[in-house]
Design a protein around this ligand. Structure first.
Ligand SMILES: C[S@@+](CC[C@H](N)C(=O)[O-])C[C@H]1O[C@@H](n2cnc3c(N)ncnc32)[C@H](O)[C@@H]1O
Length: 352
């Protein structure tokens, strides 16, 4: 049987992650996407496990060591789980762990993280303990100080997955991100927004409120382009973006500008991707109304009629009212994503 992996992704971007998995991995081994759940993709893959660690949409990669179905709310499920863990041949799993650089000594050290949803007659900690006890029967040592194996037990609906985390804690971070600012976007989300713009080799690509440059850099890593354009009203943000982009990714230009008054010609841009400023306070909301209005006028002006725009915001009502009033864009797709406890919406827009 092929090894099975589970990839955790940002909620809302599961389809994009599946596309990336299929396009990136199809020529490197036998691949099958088994299931697509909220925030999770389950797949079997015969290729090198390191390939999975290079997925740009993935938050984490897990090696599935046991899957149980028919998990009920009863405590009996815990003993079934514990018993099933006594019958695992870990040798092929350990081989995969070694291939991604996990060092295993003779006595394996481990810790268990548990996730549980739904109504149950047992608690998350009971689930954790059941797996800990199940694994200790192999002579493994439970420790929270730099364990070799980070084991996860997740129970959702009727399914239970026991898996080993293969990705390092910093997987979803990127080495290029040297300079940070508070509202900076997660690179996995920036990558997914960029994919929604349908990257093409002759794209003139614009992020008019680029912050520290995450979207621009993810675009640069998403294939050839003609030109990258970025700007921000904050000099501090532009300095940070310069540091993060470094000497790579040319041709490109960064500007300190007001996104409501872009110094760009009409119909000069193919793609716009932007993580808009969104604030909860009254003052911010009024400011954002004005900013969004002026920004949309500028986007309509600079974007080619064949272009595409992707926006992210929690201030859906401001944006949607403007779309209704001005009718300058058609919203081809709209969906919510999970972002650190907030649910911003993604809008894929085409000029009318
Ligand atoms: C949500 S952040 C974008 C973060 C960016 N995607 C990143 O990863 O760093 C919004 C950015 O919009 C910028 N901004 C706010 N008002 C602006 C304006 N009128 N013109 C240009 N940029 C503006 C802010 O300085 C901030 O960097």
């Amino acid at each position: 049987m092929l090894p099975r992996y589970s990839i955790s992704v940002c909620g809302g971007f599961e389809r994009i992650a599946c596309n990336e998995i299929q396009t990136r991995l199809k020529d490197t081994g036998e691949l099958q996407i088994i299931d697509r759940k909220p925030k999770r993709i389950l797949l079997s893959f015969s290729g090198q496990p390191r390939e999975l660690l290079s997925l740009r949409s993935a938050e984490h990669v897990f090696l599935v060591i046991k899957k149980l179905s028919n998990v009920t709310r009863s405590r009996h499920s815990l003993s079934t789980l514990k018993k099933s863990l006594g019958r695992v041949d870990f040798r092929p799993h350990f081989e995969i762990c070694r291939k991604v650089g996990i060092r295993l000594k003779k006595r394996v050290t481990f810790r268990v993280t548990s996730q549980l949803s739904g109504q149950r007659n047992f608690r998350r900690i009971d689930l954790q303990r059941a797996v800990e006890h199940g694994l200790m029967t192999y002579g493994w040592r439970l420790t929270h100080e730099r364990p070799a194996l980070d084991v996860w037990i997740e129970v959702h609906g009727e399914d239970a997955y026991v898996s080993i985390r293969l990705s390092p804690m910093e997987m979803a971070r990127r080495d290029y991100k040297q300079a940070h600012m508070p509202a900076s976007l997660k690179p996995t989300i920036a990558y997914s927004l960029v994919q929604l713009s349908d990257p093409q080799p002759d794209d003139v690509f614009l992020d008019a409120m680029c912050g520290v440059g995450t979207i621009l850099i993810e675009r640069a890593y998403s294939g050839r382009y003609r030109y990258l354009l970025g700007g921000d009203i904050s000099g501090e943000a532009i300095d940070a973006a310069q540091i993060n982009i470094g000497k790579k990714h040319r041709p490109r230009q960064l500007f300190r500008w007001d996104a409501g008054r872009l110094p760009l010609s009409n119909w000069s841009v193919d793609k716009i991707v932007c993580n808009l400023p969104f604030g909860g306070k009254i003052g911010d909301e009024i400011g954002n109304q004005k900013l969004y209005r002026q920004f949309l006028i500028e986007c309509k002006r600079v974007l080619k009629p064949t272009g595409r725009m992707v926006l992210l915001t929690t201030q859906q009502s401001i944006l949607e009212n403007l779309f209704k009033q001005r009718r300058s864009f058609r919203v081809a797709r709209k969906f919510k994503i999970d972002l650190l406890g907030q649910s911003p919406s993604v809008y894929v827009c085409l000029p009318r």
